[in-house]
Design a protein around this ligand. Structure first.
Ligand code: PEP
Length: 262
């Protein structure tokens, strides 16, 4: 399976979100290479707009994705949103461990694991984000850091859950910086993550691994052709329907050219 998710972060108004969702859905209809069974597409609006965006996407093949959730199903947690709440507004997948949460909300591996379990428990599918800081890459520790994050998120899970999990490799130095990992850097890390997943469990070896970090129309197809890259998690370029649709087109064309490469 390939997957492209647009992470809208904390941008826009309700009207912007509804318009963007409608433009994305309409734009994708006009992409002949896009087979929604081969390349799934999702958008992750801010929490207050989930329901309105879900309504705008009704009858389309674009999935509703949430950017985060709390690890508890309910309780006295002012300002948070739980996974069952997201399920009740028809969210399909939830990002956990995005680097902006790890950095700004100080989420550690244990909390990311708890959130991932909460997502599964609510019947939703988690997208666990991993990735190294620039200093970690410069110190040659990038593969070890990402291995630690992947193992903390997934080791010991019920193997049946692996069919529902997606991993997104997002080098932190490439997020929102305009600096993208080269296909060689992405390919090397994806091979390393594949080895870690296979060591965790045979079922985990089939987990799709997305790439994220300044993906744009000009580099999406090349990244998607990189062996092991099963799609993209897109931030900035997903805020404009035309560029997001172009990214999906690039991934769809790469998938059509080599359906077994990811
Ligand atoms: C992201 O936030 O997941 C991301 C990859 O952002 P950007 O595409 O803007 O680098």
């Amino acid at each position: 399976m390939r997957l492209v998710i647009g992470n809208w972060k904390m941008h826009g108004t309700r009207a912007d979100a509804v318009a963007l969702a409608a433009q994305v859905a309409a734009g994708l209809e006009a992409v002949p290479a896009w087979d929604p069974d081969e390349v799934r597409v999702g958008v992750a609006p801010p929490f207050p707009f989930l329901e309105a965006v879900g309504a705008a996407l009704a009858g389309t093949r674009v999935e509703l994705v949430a950017q985060d959730c709390h690890q508890e199903p309910q309780g006295a947690f002012t300002g948070w949103v739980s996974a069952p709440m997201l399920a009740s507004v028809h969210v399909r997948r939830v990002l956990v461990g995005h680097s902006e949460r790890r950095q700004h909300a100080r989420e550690d591996d244990a909390l990311v694991r708890a959130k991932l379990e909460a997502v599964l428990e609510a019947g939703l599918d988690p997208v666990v984000c991993v990735g190294e800081l620039l200093a970690e890459r410069d110190a040659g520790r990038h593969e070890a850091v990402v291995e630690r994050q992947v193992r903390a998120a997934l080791e010991g899970l019920d193997p049946a859950a692996f069919a529902r999990v997606v991993v997104a490799y997002e080098p932190v130095w490439a997020i929102g910086t305009g600096r993208t990992a080269t296909p060689e850097q992405a390919g090397a890390m994806h091979r390393s993550i594949e080895a870690v997943l296979a060591a965790i469990a045979p079922e985990a070896a089939r987990i799709p691994v997305l790439y994220g970090g300044s993906v744009k129309p000009s580099n999406a197809a090349e990244l998607a052709r990189t062996p092991g890259v099963a799609g993209a998690l897109v931030g900035g370029a997903s805020l404009e329907a035309a560029s997001f649709v172009e990214i999906v087109r690039g991934v769809a064309e790469a998938s059509a050219a080599d359906p077994r490469s990811a």
